[in-house]
Design a protein around this ligand. Sequence first.
Ligand code: M5T
Ligand code: MG
Length: 242
Amino acid sequence: GALAGVVEYRNVTFAYPGAESPVLSNISFTARPGQTIAIIGSTGAGKTSLLSLLPRLYDPAEGEVLLDGVPVSRMDRADITRRVALVPQRPYLFSGTIEHNLRFGKTEATDQELWEALQVAQGDEFVRAKKNGLGSRISQGGTNVSGGQRQRLCIARALVSRPRVYLFDDSFSALDVATDARLRTALKGITADATVIIVAQRISTITEADQILVLDNGRIVDRGTHQELLETSPTYQEIVES
Ligand code: M5T
Ligand code: MG
């Protein structure tokens, strides 16, 4: 359906293989199309682990992760990948042209769609400045572009795939505040009816989120809008002040 992309975590507990204690405990939340859900919390709180369960990089020990009402454990990964784009915390580029990297998994995208995605991701200028533009070569691991450029190319790649659900794991941290703000304004348009889940370090990135989940030691300790959390959550206040 047109508004597919409902994500639900239902009482999810997760431990890494071989680990004694869980890194996520009893996580429940729902993210709906048109919403932006932000996840914030100190390093090691479990933010990356939480995102990794939707594309089934791992499966929870207890509880369920559902996509449009269907447990992802019953879906095949290719089906999930068509609907969910994860921009990982350490974005990965492979050896090939910028175009190949952007079209990854979406070969039918037009050049114009690639440029639009780059524009939203604030990456069009540096690609245009390269002698071979979209045909410029990226070395294995993307070592010949900067960390911020790599991040923007990976954001653009996610946009090119036109998923129903976007997962951004700390994707805006390498950008300066002004670029971050421009990117998010542009992103709002293109992701308006998609479901967006953003892990962020910087408060300014998430003040407009529909709901912020405060993660501490694998648990959601507080949730609400920025304004609500400022008034009710000591953990959130600490993060804001840090
Ligand atoms: C949460 C452990 C990690 C930490 C906890 C990714 C990963 C993490 N962990 C593993 O044992 N194996 C793994 O592959 O899980 O880690 P996280 O989810 O990465 O935390 P975060 O994303 O909130 O932290 P950060 O630093 O990105 O803000 O005990 O050792
Ligand atoms: Mg992380």
